[in-house]
Design a protein around this ligand. Structure first.
Ligand SMILES: Nc1ncnc2c1ncn2[C@@H]1O[C@H](COP(=O)(O)OP(=O)(O)OP(=O)(O)O)[C@@H](O)[C@H]1O
Ligand SMILES: [Mg+2]
Length: 487
């Protein structure tokens, strides 16, 4: 392989057919005269773009089609011509260079020689060895690279970080998310999942339906299944936010509701029945009363509240009981949008309060299709304020345009599955984590169950990973009318 030319931070490499490499792979360019060592990543490939080669091929095809004569070629010119036709140009991006101490740096090292440079393929393990970092809590993502090696990230790289898993439908996003949840549990982490397909409970079972190694760490809750809170446990601030954000209560009605709350709290009779009674008898404007009644009706029918403090779900109790890590899986599969918003508001509000009081350790939040239940205004809050307290979010979506630009700018890691739609790719390539060319070219041709891992977890060196299978019960498949044929 030879360097052909350079433009901005890209190098064009000339290669023979026998030297072919796949998109996403890394090359080490070593200039033996100056000592420069460059690391580049292949993001696209093409044939030699010369018109004369194409003309020759057309001429030859026409000659072969119109005559059966054997072409006499004593000097074997045809062989050279074939080599030329099969030669290819690789488009690469410079990812860094190796400094005197053998570590990867992004500082410019100058141009390597086109004559004296040698080019070799780099294994992912060799690439990661150039980064001075130890991994104490590895998460095996899958395999990749020229040697089909195991590719891992570190749980520390998700700690305190914002992550996005995105890609088109049924390409394996939830599967990767489950793999991350399972490994975080194995490392003793605390996880909260907003589950839209009731599929994460499968983590508790192996594929043969026996309990998995993390089954004792999983608590699945949902409306009517242990997901109910007493008003006292929620507290005034959480209920205020619930009414304001999830139930769009006008501010005048909010004020009255809080007065009712304070009154009942001081009399130690804070329960659903006394609130209802107070709303009906309180001396207030009738419009305000209407607003209060309609919201209270939603609260009452949601089945999210209970008067009994004993049956109320208490996050701190669950997490302290499960000392070696826990996942609270909040099943929202059958809930209407308003109930989902209420659940999210209550859960996040309470978690933030408990984190503020340091009553629980930091939690990893996995939110599937969060745009369906988290309002636009709330996104920023989760990733800025809540992150500060210790809620580290991973958003999983097949609609990248549902996520605000402000979030993309703060994202630390992206696991990008296949996308063919240019609009979707445009949105993601705005992220400064990887360049537009790399994303567009690699992601469009990614096979199913493979993703491009970009960001801090990968030391800012994008890597294509074939995601490993997880030995747990797979749930959440799309229900089909026609049975699929088993091979
Ligand atoms: N790496 C993998 N190894 C084995 N099976 C996989 C892998 N990735 C995905 N699958 C399987 O492929 C199917 C679709 O995967 P998954 O549900 O994760 O896709 P998705 O992108 O979340 O889909 P949707 O957009 O519908 O939510 C599932 O049955 C899952 O178990
Ligand atoms: Mg999914």
């Amino acid at each position: 392989m030879r360097i052909l030319s350079k433009s901005n931070n890209g190098l064009l490499m000339l290669a023979m057919k026998t030297e072919s490499v796949s998109k996403g792979e890394y090359l080490l360019i070593k200039d033996n005269s100056s000592g420069i060592k460059l690391i580049v990543q292949v993001f696209d490939e093409e044939y030699l773009p010369f018109q004369s080669l194409i003309d020759d091929m057309i001429r030859e095809e026409i000659a072969a089609a119109s005559s059966s004569e054997c072409i006499h070629d004593p000097l074997n010119i045809g062989l050279i011509s074939n080599l030329l036709r099969d030669a290819r140009i690789y488009h690469t991006k410079i990812r860094g260079c190796i400094d005197g101490s053998g570590l990867l740096t992004t500082e410019s090292s100058g141009l390597p020689s086109r004559v004296n440079s040698t080019v070799s393929l780099l294994k992912i393990s060799e690439l990661h060895a150039l980064v001075d970092k130890t991994r104490n809590y590895p998460i095996t993502l899958g395999t990749g690279g020229i040697a089909n090696e195991t590719i891992s990230i570190s749980a520390e790289d998700l700690d305190g970080k914002l992550n996005i898993i995105t890609g088109r439908k049924e390409c394996g996003k939830s599967h990767l998310s489950k793999l991350l949840v399972k490994t975080l549990l194995e490392h003793g982490g605390y996880v909260v999942v907003f589950d839209l397909n009731d599929e994460y409970q499968g983590l508790a079972y192996n594929s043969d339906r026996s309990p998995s190694n993390v089954s004792s760490q999983i608590l699945r809750v949902g409306v009517g299944q242990a997901l109910s809170f007493s008003l006292e446990y929620c507290g005034k601030a959480t209920i205020f936010n619930l009414l304001k954000n999830a139930l769009d209560m006008p501010s005048a009605s909010l004020r009255e509701f809080m007065r009712i709350w304070d009154h009942l709290e001081s009399r130690k009779s804070l329960n659903l029945a006394s609130i209802e009674n107070a709303i009906n008898t309180w001396n207030i404007n009738e419009f305000v009363r209407e607003a209060l009644i309609s919201r209270f009706h939603t609260i009452q029918t949601s089945r999210l509240f209970c008067d009994d403090k004993g049956t109320s779900l208490k996050f701190e109790k669950v997490l302290s009981r499960m000392k070696s890590g826990a996942a609270i899986i909040i099943n929202m599969a059958e809930d209407p949008p308003i109930i989902r918003r209420m659940i999210v508001e209550l859960a996040l509000g309470k978690l933030v309060e408990l984190l503020e009081k340091t009553q629980i350790p930091p939690v990893f939040l996995f939110a599937e299709e969060a745009h369906l239940y988290i309002q636009d205004t709330y996104w920023e809050d989760i990733i800025t304020r809540m992150r500060h307290f210790g809620i580290y979010a991973t958003f999983i979506t097949n609609q990248p345009d549902a996520i605000d630009d402000g979030i993309y700018r703060q994202v630390d890691n992206i696991f990008l599955f296949n996308f063919t739609n240019d609009n979707d790719l445009d949105k993601i390539s705005k992220v400064s984590l990887a360049d537009n060319d790399t994303i567009r070219s690699i992601v469009k041709t990614l096979p199913q169950r493979s993703c491009l891992a970009i960001g801090k977890a990968m030391y800012n060196l994008p890597v294509v990973v074939r995601v490993a299978s997880v030995q747990v019960m797979t749930l959440g498949e799309t229900r089909k009318f026609f049975p699929t044929q088993q091979n």
